[in-house]
Design a protein around this ligand. Structure first.
Ligand SMILES: [Zn+2]
Length: 327
């Protein structure tokens, strides 16, 4: 991940916003730092709810702690990062998802991760000067993801405002879900098989969390159904395979939304609005359906959910049931 590069891009963007004379000028870099963490939390929260809502039905699971971590080294200006955020350790909690495992364990923003069971590399050699890099936080995330996916709890210590305490990260397994905000202004989202990426520009574009859930659920669906490996395994007719996976991601998305308590109708309103504005889906044709076809498919799925459930209880999405049956 080129988080540092993305940070610079975001800062350049916000730096271009002029402040009026009679307003207290706010450091655009401070605004950029704060807004990015706010977006990270918003995405992590929507993603957590989607993953939890269908936890019983996913084959691909992960123990999502419900937090946003950040490393002081992510920030080009270390001094400023320390003025904007609390870092009790170089890698600290930037935000926690309300009601999530980290929140329930009493962890708060600023709490710092310290020490481990000997094999997690927390800190590389201490640089003499501050060197912006996202390597360390990326490495930590990967390490967590591996261990948590194997079902191994991770013991470590946390520096809190009240001193150091032991902490065992052993979050319940919910649907595979790891998210990050790509700071670019371009409206885009993607799934790499493990993580879901949503750009800052797309988060600005959605009208509310229901619409954000529509985007995240679509991308999450790709990861939950192993679409990436399916596409990579296809020897020929990749375009057809990609188109089929797009239809599946759309179909599953509204079930994930509905199971998490989001308004599945927002998927229709989002794709209509987005489709009319761009003429395309999140990616480009011809591998993707035109938006009127997507809307028709989404409508069919929503009707099916309504037929099954009149009382808003979670339903087993047919695509996840079929995916479970594959093994
Ligand atoms: Zn897609």
């Amino acid at each position: 991940m080129k988080l540092v590069t993305l940070f610079f891009a975001a800062i350049a963007l916000f730096g271009a916003v002029a402040t009026t004379q009679d307003e207290e000028p706010k450091d655009p870099v401070v605004v950029a730092y704060q807004e990015l963490i706010a977006k990270d939390l918003r995405l992590a929260t929507v993603g957590y709810h989607l993953a939890k809502g269908s936890a019983d039905y996913c084959r691909n699971k992960w123990r999502n702690p419900g937090w946003v971590l950040h490393d002081e080294r992510q920030y080009p200006d270390l001094g400023l990062a320390h003025r904007v955020f609390t870092f009790r350790q170089p890698i600290s909690i930037a935000a926690v998802v309300a009601g999530g495992p980290a929140h329930r364990a009493g962890l708060i923003a600023g709490d710092g991760l310290f020490g481990a069971d000997g094999s997690v590399v927390w800190y590389g050699p201490s640089p003499k000067r501050h060197q912006p890099s996202s390597e360390r936080i990326d490495g930590l995330r990967d390490e967590f993801a591996t261990r948590l996916s194997e079902g191994r709890p991770i013991p470590f210590q946390i520096d809190t405002a009240k001193g150091r305490r032991d902490f065992l990260l052993d979050s319940p397994a919910i649907c595979a879900s790891d998210f990050w905000v790509d700071a670019r202004a371009k409206r885009d989202a993607g799934a790499d098989g493990v993580r879901v990426r949503v750009t800052s520009g797309l988060i600005d574009y959605v009208l509310d969390d229901d619409e954000l859930a529509a985007v995240v659920a679509h991308e999450m669906a790709h990861n939950l159904l192993d679409h990436r490996s399916l596409i990579e395994a296809a020897k020929s007719g990749k375009t057809k395979v990609i188109k089929a996976t797009e239809a599946e991601a759309d179909r599953l998305s509204v079930w994930l939304m509905s199971n998490a308590g989001y308004d599945a109708e927002a998927a229709i309103s989002f794709w209509q609005r987005y489709g009319k504005a761009t003429g395309l889906g999140i990616f480009s044709a011809p591998t993707h359906y035109r938006w009127p076809d997507r809307v028709t498919m989404l409508r069919q799925e929503i009707d099916q959910i309504r037929t099954l459930s009149k009382s808003n209880v979670p339903q087993d999405p047919p695509l996840l049931a079929a995916h479970r049956a594959q093994k």
